[in-house]
Design a protein. Structure first.
Length: 369
């Protein structure tokens, strides 16, 4: 058996998709560092370009076995290689889609909280899992174009804020428009001067994809898309905060055996309380976040708005931009602070329970951040 035949036989094993899936996710987890790292973004852009090229080739050439050797001999070496590779187009498309969805899942997970923003993240995870079973269907143009629209949309959603330094609805809509334009260009390259394809087919392939991107735009205005590239690196409630040089000393109540504790979870009502957060933002991104305080007297009632405090932040620090807000004389009950982006999407959440006045002097510990 030739080496090529051995490789083809190994790739055909039923457990290989799971092996590639786990190894790919592990590799992305280790190698993808910062969402504003130029090298990572260039790799993702290359994946998008290669995937678009494969979709065009799939649409124009199909995935049938290559012609016989006599027919191939009349073509250039590169053309012969392109034609001979046709049966492997679905496998290559699956690999590129898996790499993109895996990277997006990692980046978006850092900005996702257990609120409505988890909807889009859940969609990415679902597509990442489903992609492992799509190899036999990745010759279907409607499916390929639809998936390409999603990965383009997810890329431009965080890429434009990283590149421009602005994060608002206008930048988001420009990114959505670019994803539509790129997808339409791929469709145009498939159907232009292609006698094997009809105009009606081109419309039937394009309309669902554009409708899907419009639906995702609706997700944004319903705050269902995580506020990438912002992410909450750290957050907690504290008795006192002091800045020493480039570090913040955070004091909180802790007993000697509570070695795992890093902030207060219950707090006396007669003591000022500090909410400290560190929010990562890319280099050159200057924006405003909010500490949105909510209150409810008991678990049977919904949270009510109490205060919304703006904080200007600038990006670039690996551990996140550090800031805090302070409140005094809070009523007993459940309190939380939603750390929100300028457009109201939740970056993260810090919760605390306020109890009655404290009669004894607490034992305080501190951490440096």
């Amino acid at each position: 058996m030739s080496p090529l035949a051995k490789i083809q036989s190994a790739l055909a094993k039923p457990f290989m998709p799971a092996v590639f899936f786990l190894s790919g996710v592990t590799y992305d987890t280790v190698t993808l560092t910062r969402i504003d790292r130029l090298q990572d973004n260039l790799v993702l852009m290359l994946y998008l370009a290669l995937l678009g090229t494969l979709i065009v080739l799939t649409g124009r050439l199909g995935i049938e076995p290559p012609p016989d050797r006599e027919q191939l001999a009349s073509f250039s070496p590169f053309t012969r290689w392109v034609l001979a590779s046709r049966p492997y187009y679905p496998m290559a498309s699956q690999f590129l889609l898996g790499g993109l969805f895996s990277a997006y899942a990692i980046f978006y997970s850092r900005s996702t909280s257990f609120t409505g923003t988890a909807v889009f993240f859940g969609l990415l995870i679902a597509l990442l899992m489903i992609n492992e079973f799509l190899r036999d269907r990745l010759s279907n143009l409607r499916l390929l174009i639809g998936l390409y629209g999603v990965v383009s949309f997810a890329f431009f959603t965080f890429f434009l804020p990283v590149m421009t330094g602005y994060m608002n609805a206008v930048v988001f809509l420009v990114g959505a428009g670019l994803s539509v334009a790129v997808t339409l260009r791929v469709v145009q390259l498939i159907y232009r001067n292609n006698s094997d394809r009809s105009r009606h087919e081109a419309i039937s392939v394009t309309v669902p994809t554009v409708a899907g991107i419009v639906l995702l735009v609706g997700f944004y205005f319903m705050n269902w898309i995580p506020p990438v590239p912002l992410s909450l690196k750290f957050g907690g409630m504290y008795h006192e905060i002091k800045r020493t040089g480039d570090r913040f000393e955070l004091s909180f109540e802790r007993q000697w055996y509570q070695v795992w504790k890093r902030s207060d979870t219950t707090y006396p009502s007669d003591t000022p309380i500090y909410c400290f957060t560190a929010v990562f933002a890319p280099v050159d991104l200057n924006t405003t976040i909010y500490h949105h305080w909510y209150f409810r007297p008991n678990g049977e009632k919904p949270f009510m708005h109490a205060d919304r405090i703006p904080i200007k932040i600038s990006g670039g620090r690996e551990g996140g931009y550090r800031a805090y807000s302070v409140k005094q004389r809070l009523d007993p009950g459940d309190w939380r602070v939603d750390v929100e982006s300028q457009d109201g999407r939740v970056i993260g959440r810090v919760s605390v329970q306020i109890v009655g006045p404290q009669e004894t002097v607490p034992t305080l510990a501190s951490i440096s951040y």
